[in-house]
Every structure is written in structure tokens, then in C-alpha cells.
Design a protein around this ligand. Sequence first.
Ligand code: SF4
Ligand code: SF4
Length: 358
Amino acid sequence: MKHLCAVVLSIGLCRPMTLLTRRRVREARMIAKALKSPRHPILVHIIPVRRCNLSCRYCNEYDGVSKPVPTAEMLRRIDLLAALGTTAVHLSGGEPLLHPELDTIIRRIREHGMLAGVLTNGYLLSFERNPDEVSKKSLKVLDQKLQWLAECARFDVNINSVLGSAIRNPEDALFVTRRALGLGFNSTVGIIHDHSGQLRPLSQKQKTIYDEIANRGEKKFSDFVHYSQFQNNLAQGLPNEWHCHAGSRYLYVCEDGLVHYCSQQRGYPGIPLDQYTPDHLEREYHTVKACAPYCTIGCVHRVSVIDQFREQPRESLSRFFPQGLPAPVRILKWLFLPKADGRETVFAALTLKLFRLR
Ligand code: SF4
Ligand code: SF4
């Protein structure tokens, strides 16, 4: 689980507003495509290097020695993901910035028209491509990086802080959240999981901090994308009733090129990416995962929300927004939700055409 997730959008030279608008259109297209087509991967996490420059004691996703995956092999894997119809590819690790040709890999993702993202701890972010190696893990160092990002980033940045039993100072999460929001970034909080992705209960103090972070800011449309109701349940020690579509809508491709359900269920199904077919996607869409009720893997929950919405739109909206729908979502509901007799609205048909999904 990363402390900081910088979501890289594009490596073009367009003006920031143009980039932002294009990003929003691509995101809307991604959701529309996911709602229409039920079996392509929506999000893939792929590992370009397992090594990390930090050693968080709760983490089981890194080592200190691995070499980067050769660039030619990474590009081949990106091509295979594109052939499966993948919408978004996020580079994870380890620390992906330790890969010497990350830019080339991101460029290949974008050439396929897929959304690109990087999950990084942020300590190697620098104005130069080859940063120094002496970053120390401290809020002071992180704060400097955040200020640089605020000044220079031409991509969306989401700062994710974590809470849980292995975190010595839970107040740090509050500090990071306040700073991230103050600098205009998105901010999320994750709950640390055990070695199989399962909940480790929060203490009373951690719960209080979690509530404070979760309740910050107004409810807006992006809450649908950054859905966190599952986490509110987990923070109270409650299970979630949901269907995990890992292995189908979400894939985790490790440094050896094997497809796994997620970072915490490696080995299942453990099939080489070049042998992964639409039949596997179909099978895993339906496979029930016994680890689902107490699963804390946020990205898989959020991806599965799209399918919940496709299958049961009205019920899902009530579940995502128990306090009532924000205005933009009310408008979208009016425009897109099928009529009572199940027929598509004229606006929804036009939008699918606009996004070239029909
Ligand atoms: S990958 Fe590295 S930075 Fe991220 S949680 Fe693990 S040890 Fe920490
Ligand atoms: S429920 Fe899905 S995402 Fe969560 S640990 Fe199990 S396989 Fe991974």
C-alpha cells in the first residue's frame, strides 16, 4: 500500500487546462466503456520493478534487491494488456520510479489510448529524471515533494495516507491529508491489511482519525469514483457484501509476468499474461473470493463498484450516497439511467455514440 499515489496523465506538452479537460473526458469514457462492456479489464496494476527505496514495516510488496524488468519485456506486456481491451494501467511496485525507462513504458501505455498512472512513495520525485538516492522518510522531505508537485504537476495527484496497527504515529495521516487538500490535491486514506489483504482492526484513536479524514470536504461527483463506503464499514470492524471481480475487471501483473487476483492473493490464478484469454476474464468475473468480506484492497472495491452500478443502478446509488445524491449525480441519474420500462434515454444513446462506444 503506497503512501502517495501520483497519477500520471500524459507526457505531452499541452497546456494544463487542456490536459485536465482531456483527462476528464478520458475518465468519463472509461466509465462509459466499463458500464457498456462487462468483461474487459478496467484497471491493471503492473510491476516494473519489485525493489523499493523505503522499507515500510507493514508492507509485503517490495524487496531490496530485484532488478528492473527489461524494458522490451514491459512493452510486450503493455501490448498484451491493450489486446485484452484494458482501460487503465497503473505502474506499481516496489517503487516504480526505480525503473530507468519508466517514461518509455508510460509512453507505450498512452500510445494504446489507455490511461496511465504511477503509484509512488514520492521520495524520488525530482526536477531531474535521475534523482539523488539519499531521500529519508520524513514528513519534511515529503512536504517538499508535495510543494514541487503543486507547482509543476501537469497530471492528477492523489495523496493516499494509511492507518493501522503498524503505523506508529496515526496523526501523520491527518497532517498529510490536511497538507494535500491545502495544496489542491485529492486525498484518500487506506486501512492497512494483513498478508492476505484482510482487515486489521483499528484502535479507538485510529478510528477517530479515520473519521476526521473521511468526513473532510464536501460530497461531490468524484466520491463515486473514490468510493469509500466499504472502508467506513471496515473501520468499524464490519464486513462488506460485494462481489470481487479481481482476475477479470482488475488484474495484478507481477514482475514475472503472471496474472494474480491482487497484490495480497498472488498465486491465484497465477497464469502468464501471454496465456490469459477472454475465457479467463469471463471465468474470474464469476469466481467468488472467500477473502472478500474483510478485504481492504481499495482499488478492487472501486473497480467493482462500476459493475454493481451497471447491474443495479438505483440500489447502488443509494448505497454509495446514503446521505442523498450530490447535485451532479442527480443530473447524471436523470440523463443516463434507463427509463422505468428499461429503455435507454436519448441522451444516453447520444453519449455512447460520442464516446465511440457504439
Ligand atoms: S512499496 Fe515501498 S513505499 Fe510502498 S508501502 Fe511498500 S515499502 Fe513502503
Ligand atoms: S477480495 Fe479480491 S481484492 Fe480482496 S484480497 Fe481477495 S482477491 Fe484480493
